[in-house]
Design a protein around this ligand. Structure first.
Ligand SMILES: [Zn+2]
Ligand SMILES: [Zn+2]
Length: 664
């Protein structure tokens, strides 16, 4: 760090201003950097700076005459270097930067760290083409006061099936257009954007702008220019990264498919883009609509508490318009055993006779069928080879996962990924006392093999990560599937965003292993998965499982959203999970020695917050150990500044997750 003494005396003549900026960097652990500049730069300008010989983009947040703050300079930790270059005039609205600040605070990171999650590089490269209105400029110049101030904006929820939701959206857009207001439809994934555009553009084609991966950069340039200059209200359909578009006439931001994957960033820093979208609407004093066919438990709780309102409709029960059957795989295992195969009855079949029958029927009728299977590599379940019973946690009934260890005589333990409970794996089946407990995985690759073996002439299409590498490839597969009569599409969750219309029948053949995914929202995700698969079918829906009496399955096949919500709230309350509290998880990975040393360290640093500090086994290759600290706070106690400053001062080898998916 240089300070004022190191600067040549000449500098006061050359550099009249001190500019404060937010550097686009995921690693720099600083709230902002300060630079000397000969120019007075407007807040919101994009500049290039040099940090450790690397050129970085940075957003100017303030500029002051050097003479005004001479005394402060002496003591401050300033990087008094010349600004590299000015790239463009202000192109981000003040409300946007305010929402960045609020989001950074909530997720215990810095504004600069999250900027690259929130602004596409395409916008940065073309920022000169964007400009702010006079009103925005005045706003921007007014500075960064009152950022933390809570304003009350209108947030409402809409919980109805997809088709119905889009009807509501269409009239909402019409009404907003009539009021000369634009609408931003924010979605989690690229594929959702393309489909939503197709559903909504009829009649308003020239005012709909969609930003997704497959728009080429020439076209992007054109629509970027148009969307910012046209005076007619527009509908923007895009992922949250495009919320940076500087239009000042947005009347509503819709957060659709709010319960789907894709909202949380998967690399550091970890933030939730739904939080950002809502906080932007809040800063802009405009309406937020949160929509899905089944909303998150946390969101429904806000609605039930009266914190947010209802938009048009919140449906708690889905119609039973599809013939549904639950197949108990355990009874099938028993039959198999009685009828030994060439393999000595040891090999489990993945497909029940009922599923095979439905497939054959589909082919015969020239209809089509979607089959869901969990992806391969997901932890397998432990099953009794004699009776088909699953090994479950005594504490929370989730499936146990087998771990090799040298802590016990047998060298193996069962571990629960939900509550962390472990026990010695040397045990007999709880149901039939058999010793033949073994790991059983029925990933999608196995299911595909079995379909081919059982129905050699089937028209089988597949969508999963091992086979489908591009979204174009997935689109092609789905198209051929719909065009061919008597076809079967086998897919993981990846398939859902590509399936654009209903199919004859649908089935879930392998998903029991999902219950062991370490995520305390996993039941909600499974519930949603069942609803989604069922909703695709016009005639028949089958689901095969080793846990037919599980309430998640029961509520889902009956379309009983309210009972599922009640049960989920009870369970979460018992464990203090969200929405009953906010968790902050700090993780450091390294050698065993590192973990031991840092355990004491973390206990000490967070001693005022009753942290639970524990070591865990390595997650990635090459890392032997990890140390974790979990802090639980009442919802209204976060963010709080003393804790925030401790978190932000942690060395960068610690990873911080606010509202993590698991606490293990
Ligand atoms: Zn058994
Ligand atoms: Zn458990």
């Amino acid at each position: 760090m240089s300070n004022i003494e190191n600067m040549p005396n000449l500098c006061h003549n050359l550099y009249m201003f001190i500019v404060e900026c937010l550097p686009f960097s995921k690693v720099l652990n600083k709230d902002s950097l300060s630079y000397f500049s000969a120019q007075n730069l407007e807040p919101g300008s994009l500049i290039k700076i040099k940090v450790k010989n690397r050129s970085l983009n940075a957003i100017v947040i303030g500029s002051q005459e050097a003479a005004d703050i001479k005394a402060e300079i002496k003591s401050a930790d300033f990087q008094l270097k010349k600004i590299y270059s000015l790239v463009s005039k202000p192109f981000l609205q003040k409300e946007f930067l305010d929402a960045v600040k609020t989001t950074a605070e909530y997720f215990a990171t810095t504004e600069g760290n999250i900027l690259s999650h929130l602004i596409p590089s395409f916008i940065l490269e073309n920022s000169h083409a964007l400009s702010l209105t006079q009103e925005d400029k005045t706003n921007q110049a007014a500075g960064r006061d009152n950022v933390g101030e809570k304003t009350k904006n209108d947030v409402a929820v809409l919980q109805v099936p997809d088709e119905e939701r889009f009807i509501h959206y269409r009239s909402l857009i019409r009404e907003e257009f009539a009021k000369k207001k634009s609408v931003f439809l924010c979605l989690p994934q690229n594929e959702d954007v393309r489909q939503a555009k197709e559903k909504l553009e009829r009649g308003i084609e020239s005012f709909v702008y969609a930003f997704h991966k497959d728009v080429n950069s020439k076209e992007l340039k054109k629509i970027l220019q148009e969307v910012c200059s046209t005076t007619h209200p527009v509908l923007v359909v895009a992922t949250a990264r495009w919320l940076s578009l500087p239009r000042s006439d947005f009347g509503t931001i819709i957060i659709d498919k709010e319960n789907e994957n894709g909202w949380k960033t998967i690399s550091r820093p970890f933030i939730d883009l739904r939080f950002f979208a809502e906080s932007l609407a809040n800063k802009k004093h405009i309406r937020t609509i949160i929509g899905d066919s089944f909303l998150r438990t946390e969101t429904l709780n806000r609605y039930k508490q009266g914190e947010i309102a209802e938009f048009e409709s919140v449906k708690w029960r889905l119609p039973k318009d599809v013939a549904t059957e639950i197949i108990d795989l355990r009874k099938f295992t028993k039959k198999e055993k009685a009828r030994p195969t060439a393999l000595g009855g040891q090999e489990f079949k993945t497909l029940s006779p009922e599923i095979l029958e439905l497939m054959n029927e589909t082919i015969l009728k020239g209809s089509n069928m979607f089959v869901f299977a969990a992806r391969k590599g997901l932890s397998s379940v432990i099953v009794c080879r004699d009776c088909g019973e699953q090994v479950k946690c005594f504490n929370c009934s989730s499936p146990m996962v087998l771990y090799k260890t040298n802590r016990t005589a047998g060298g193996a333990i069962f571990k629960c990924h939900q509550c962390g409970e472990t026990r010695d794996a040397a045990e007999v089946c709880q149901n039939c006392r058999s010793w033949k407990l073994a790991a059983f995985g029925s990933g999608i690759d196995r299911v595909a093999d079995e379909i081919r073996k059982s129905i050699p002439n089937s028209n089988l299409f597949e969508i999963h990560r091992d086979i489908t590498s591009t979204s174009l490839g997935a689109l092609k597969t789905v198209k051929s599937f719909y065009e061919n009569r008597g076809s079967i599409l086998l897919g993981t969750e990846m398939a859902f965003s590509y399936l654009y219309k209903k199919v004859g029948s649908s089935a879930i053949v392998s998903f029991d292993s999902l219950f062991s995914i370490p995520d305390f929202r996993i039941r909600e995700k499974i519930f949603r998965l069942i609803l989604q698969t069922r909703n695709l079918a016009k005639e028949k829906f089958l689901i095969q499982t080793r846990n037919p009496e599980d309430s998640t399955i029961e509520f889902a096949v009956n379309g009983n959203l309210i009972e599922f919500y009640r049960r989920e709230m009870e369970d979460r309350q018992a464990l203090g999970y969200p929405p009953f509290g906010v968790f902050i998880k700090i993780t450091g990975r390294g050698t065993r020695l590192f973990a031991t040393k840092e355990t004491e360290n973390l206990k000490n640093i967070f001693k005022d917050y009753n942290p639970v500090v524990f070591n865990s086994v390595h997650e990635k290759k090459g890392e032997q150990s990890a140390v974790n600290a979990v802090i639980k706070l009442p919802k209204e106690k976060w963010p709080n500044f003393p804790l925030l400053s401790i978190l932000k001062s942690l060395p960068s080898h610690f990873e911080i997750k606010v509202d993590p998916d698991n606490l293990l």
